[in-house]
Design a protein around this ligand. Sequence first.
Ligand code: ADE
Length: 227
Amino acid sequence: MRIDIVTIFPTFFDVLDISLLGKARQSGLIELGVHDLRDHTHDRHRTVDDTPYGGGAGMVMKPEPWGEALDGILDGAADPVVIFPSPAGEVFTQSIARELAQEQHLVFGCGRYEGIDQRVFDDTAARARVRLMSIGDYVLNGGEVATMAMIEAVGRLIPGVVGNPESLVEESHEDGLLEYPSYTKPAVWRGREVPPVLLSGNHGAVDAWRREQQLARTRAVRPDLLP
Ligand code: ADE
């Protein structure tokens, strides 16, 4: 998969060199391009924002640098999906992560300040699939943290990125429920025992217990996930 990111903070994405995603890049499963929006300004101050038409607080990102940056990425690209992180977007979920993991090319446009001139979305939507995506009902200072979260969630679903694909199946949200609690050795720690069923060797009983735990947890903290 090819991933391009447009941002005014390119060094923010240096951490994509490490961990599972860093390995995926080294092995060629993920190809990453990070683009500095300010490289597409043409004034002495490298200006990317201006005051909003109609008045109001804050600044709006100017369309010209965005247009030029996205032209450079999209011209000649084969059917990319362009994602603009935004608290006004659809909510990013595991099922959207699975959808995006099937794509060949994702482009993330990280806005800052009060947002990006609307015409950038309209112009991009005229030549590519565009999705505004929120990572939750809270406000961040910009799209960078949201982009990192989405890249990690999508990247680990690309075949070969996570060593043991079975570990993807049993985790929170994959089956619509929260994960069951996990235990490892020792069997007693600070007087706290591992639930005996997990030491029983009875796989049917273990599966049933885990399912019960998933349901109880989901009912307690995320009843909205239950049918
Ligand atoms: N930018 C600011 N807040 C955001 C959020 N919650 N999700 C995605 N992008 C954002």
